[in-house]
Design a protein around this ligand. Structure first.
Ligand code: ZN
Length: 638
């Protein structure tokens, strides 16, 4: 305890030395990894483009936030009046909420980009409430509402959590860093249950905590290893909202984890949707889910969101930065800086190193990067995907000749990522007049996921972001219809049209109902746009299955001949193929000295490693060691 106070006191002293007396500081406190400075004249900190905050941040090397002194804040009613007056009309103000615990006023507007920095200054100076502008998505999102609500009703718990977290992060380092170890808890020489433990004498950090879907019950990472103890963890970092990377997170809370979870803001919202869905499916199938919504709420309340490029202390010897990984909305690659310049680790998680409609490619420039852990899903010798532009043209061509036959194009999609990408591709094809403007119906979890996308345009590709800012939001195009209770018979008789529905591999969901209705219609097309796992109905159809058995709405068995045109389009993957992975290894700067392969089937990992060691490293002059550990192995990196 004494050492904690010492560290905190030093930070306070440094701040008081830099801040002029007229700023009237009343207290300095931890707010998670950030330092909150309370003041009676908080606007002083925003002057000259926040020069003072920058100077303090540079000196204490921590993130700084400014809060108005609680006793001096303007009463809520008067503050609301002032805010309503000063927010420009074209920003579209919809809600003002005062968070009495943090001293922030949350201002919901439809266009935060129309508010300039002087407005922030004026609001803080006049009301002493720190303004936080929140984007109101054009599609209303239940998830956004629920999480915001949860934070509001738990504001006091949340603040206590952040104070304690700050104390822990800024404890004085007790042990000298003389080793760094990495332990493979899951996703090594396999795909699924991603989990990596990074250990130093001072801290323990868990990267991802996913599940591996399997027909005999989902498999979890090897948490029973002696190296792994929930109580000793300093932090959990989640790279993105796919169950094989985040699916088991609430389970850690069920078993007593009380520490922080770091991820981007979109990942928080999307993973809540996934957890809910996971629990619901388990219950429907008569299984006991591994965790409950209460554990999900605990995980959400202990989550601390970070934007791309924000350097953050997560323990006395470890600094975390998340960067764009190009895979799905909010997905991140992880950079860990350990010790003062001792070791830097980059973990790519799922990586797309190419431009897609939805997202810009993965980040490549790091201050330092000695060790790289990179995925290898499509690292095999046969893994060459067509370019996405080619895939786009293929899709347009299929849609066009289905239209000529007056048919319906049915596309099974995964709710997160692929559905939005295909929607953007179709809208762009219409805009370029490759196909006529026809109705697009979407159904499944897709609408809620799309709503989350519209709340975070800053995470989307530059092209799509600019479209949204200029008022042409492809997610709300007039021909896009979210199916809510309309009869599916009616929808399939709206011709021509495109239907996007979950699940992506025909393993359940509304897509099966559409398939039942359309199966024997030879004018319509069934188009697969993602990988079909062995054993799924999607895969069996691709292998030639043409007699399908359905259970209709009355619970009766129905056998139908599949007469639709069946097509598969490759090239829409959110992963990198072998060429893209290799290009990433050539472009990452600086070149790492050690490359660790994970997230790939055993044979593909073997092929990829052989290719890198025997061919690519010589051809491209890359001097790194390439290894492919197995699950349960621990490696000393330093
Ligand atoms: Zn993924």
């Amino acid at each position: 305890m004494e050492t904690i106070i010492k560290a905190a006191t030093e930070i306070r002293r440094a701040i008081l030395e830099l801040v002029p007396v007229y700023a009237e500081i009343t207290k300095v406190e931890f707010e998670g990894p950030r330092i909150a400075i309370y003041s009676r004249k908080p606007e002083v900190f925003l002057e000259k483009e926040g020069e003072l905050i920058k100077n303090i941040a540079k000196r204490v090397r921590k993130r700084i936030v400014v809060r108005g002194d609680p006793q001096s804040r303007l009463p809520e009613k008067e503050a609301t009046m002032f805010i309503k007056e000063i927010i420009p009309k074209d920003a579209g103000l919809s809600e003002v909420y005062f968070n009495i615990v943090t001293g922030e006023v949350e201002i919901e507007v439809s266009k935060p980009e129309n508010i300039d920095s002087s407005v922030r200054y004026e609001i803080l100076a006049k009301t002493l409430w720190y303004p936080r502008f929140i984007r109101k998505p054009p599609l209303s999102s239940r998830t956004l509402r629920e999480i915001r609500e949860l934070y509001r009703i738990s504001a006091n718990d949340r603040l206590r959590f952040l104070r304690d977290l700050g104390q822990k992060i800024y404890r004085v380092q007790l042990f000298q860093d003389d080793y760094v170890r990495i332990t493979a808890l899951g996703s090594f020489q396999e795909v699924g249950r991603s989990a990596i433990l990074i250990q130093t004498p001072e801290s323990k950090v868990l990267l991802d905590s996913g599940i591996k879907p399997s027909s005999n019950g989902d498999e979890f990472p090897f948490f029973e290893l002696p190296e792994f103890s929930i109580d000793d963890l300093d932090a959990v970092v989640i790279t993105h909202a796919h169950l094989d990377h985040c699916g088991i997170l609430p389970y850690l809370f069920k078993y007593g984890y009380k520490g922080p979870v770091y991820m981007t803001e979109p990942t928080l919202y999307l993973s809540k949707l996934l957890f809910e869905d996971y629990i619901r499916i388990a219950e429907r199938e008569g299984r006991v889910p591994p965790y409950t919504m209460r554990d999900v709420a605990s995980a959400i309340l202990n989550t601390y969101t970070l934007g791309y490029g924000e350097v953050t202390d997560i323990s006395p010897d470890t600094r975390l930065t998340l960067y764009r990984s190009g895979h799905i909305l909010g997905s991140a690659l992880v950079h860990l800086h350990i010790g003062e310049g001792l070791l830097n680790i980059v973990y790519t998680s799922d990586l797309k190193y190419a431009r897609t409609m939805l997202l810009d490619p993965a980040h490549t420039k790091f201050p330092r990067a000695e060790v790289l852990v990179i995925e290898s899903t499509y690292g095999g010798s046969q893994d060459k995907l067509p370019d996405e532009t080619e895939a786009q043209l293929n899709l347009a061509e299929i849609v066009l000749h289905t239209i000529r036959r007056s048919g319906v194009v049915l596309i099974p999609v995964l709710a997160i990522g692929r559905a939005q990408e295909i929607l953007l591709v179709l809208i762009s094809a219409i805009k370029r007049k490759l196909i006529p403007e026809i109705p697009i119906f979407i159904e499944g979890m897709i609408d809620e996921v799309s709503a989350v996308h519209t709340a975070f345009p800053e995470y989307l590709s530059q092209k799509t972001r600019e479209l949204i800012y200029s008022g042409e939001n492809p997610f709300t195009a007039p021909n896009v219809h979210i199916v809510k209770g309309e009869s599916r018979e009616e929808i399939i008789n709206t011709r021509p049209s495109v239907i996007l529905a979950t699940s992506g591999m025909l393993t359940g969901g509304p897509v099966l109902e559409y398939l039942r209705l359309l199966a024997d219609d030879d004018r319509s097309s069934l188009v697969f746009v993602s990988y079909q796992i062995e054993g799924t109905l999607g895969r069996r159809i691709l292998q030639g299955l043409r007699t399908l058995t359905f259970t209709n709405s009355k619970g009766k068995m129905e056998v139908k001949e599949l007469k639709m045109e069946v097509r598969q389009i490759e090239g829409f993957s959110g992963h990198s193929d072998r060429r893209q992975l290799t290009r990433y290894l050539r472009h990452i700067s600086p070149t790492p000295r050690l490359v660790i392969l994970n997230h790939g089937e055993k044979t593909k990992i073997g092929e990829f490693r052989g290719y890198l060691v025997n061919y690519a490293s010589k051809k491209f002059g890359l001097n790194f060691n390439v290894i492919a550990p197995q699950n349960l192995e621990t490696l000393r990196l330093l």
